[in-house]
Design a protein around this ligand. Structure first.
Ligand code: HEC
Ligand code: HEC
Length: 141
């Protein structure tokens, strides 16, 4: 085998290796709608999901069914409470924060939101309404 042939074989081997990796990628991402515009209706993620999401189990923090990018939570303000606090929820037609959010860690009821419940997004996450990339086989309890 001369040097040129050896170099060519090496090149081919590298190409095969690269395509093997690409093939593995394809297998991991079956959501063709994301790449193939001619396929079935592509996934259109939306952050507004009227009616909200079912809970997987009783004590699950419910997923957030609306966009939250405009609401800040910092030392001075908590945008979520503009709609979800006991004082505002009726006007905003929003569900009130859970009663558990007023209990301190010893279960004592406070007359204000418990500090450990202040950072809402520590437990509640926004969820897009999109075609899942992979099947979710989780079964709630
Ligand atoms: C402008 C008013 C408004 C603001 C601000 C707001 N929400 Fe909401 N939120 C709503 C309304 C209205 C619903 C009910 C929507 C529905 O069920 O379709 C809701 C639903 C929810 C739910 C679902 C409750 C359940 O029982 O399923 C969660 C969790 C939630 N919001 C968390 C948050 C968090 C966290 C923030 C701040 C980052 C926030 N919201 C800011 C109005 C608001
Ligand atoms: C430490 C975790 C945690 C934090 C922080 C937290 N929550 Fe929750 N939240 C939960 C859990 C768990 C539930 C469901 C069980 C319950 O009601 O306690 C819940 C329930 C809710 C519900 C539904 C209440 C109902 O009666 O169905 C709303 C609305 C909500 N939270 C909003 C908020 C908002 C707004 C904040 C921030 C001010 C917040 N939560 C902070 C864990 C949390």
């Amino acid at each position: 085998m001369n040097t040129a042939t050896a170099a060519m074989r090496l090149g081919l081997a590298a190409a095969c290796l690269a395509s093997a990796i690409c093939a593995a990628d394809e297998a991991l991402l079956p959501g063709d709608a994301l790449r193939d515009a001619s396929g079935p209706t592509p996934s259109k993620p939306t952050l507004a999901v009227p009616g909200g999401f079912e809970r997987g189990w009783e004590k699950q923090p419910p997923m957030i069914p609306h966009p939250i990018d405009k609401y800040n939570i910092d030392l001075r303000q908590n945008g979520c409470l503009k709609c979800h606090s006991p004082a505002t929820f009726e006007v905003a037609k929003a569900p009130k924060v859970g009663d558990s959010h007023f209990l301190d860690r010893d279960g004592v009821k406070l007359d204000h939101l418990a500090p450990r419940r202040y950072f809402c997004t520590q437990c509640h996450a926004a969820q897009t309404g999109a075609i899942p990339l992979v099947d979710n086989v989780f079964e709630g309890g």
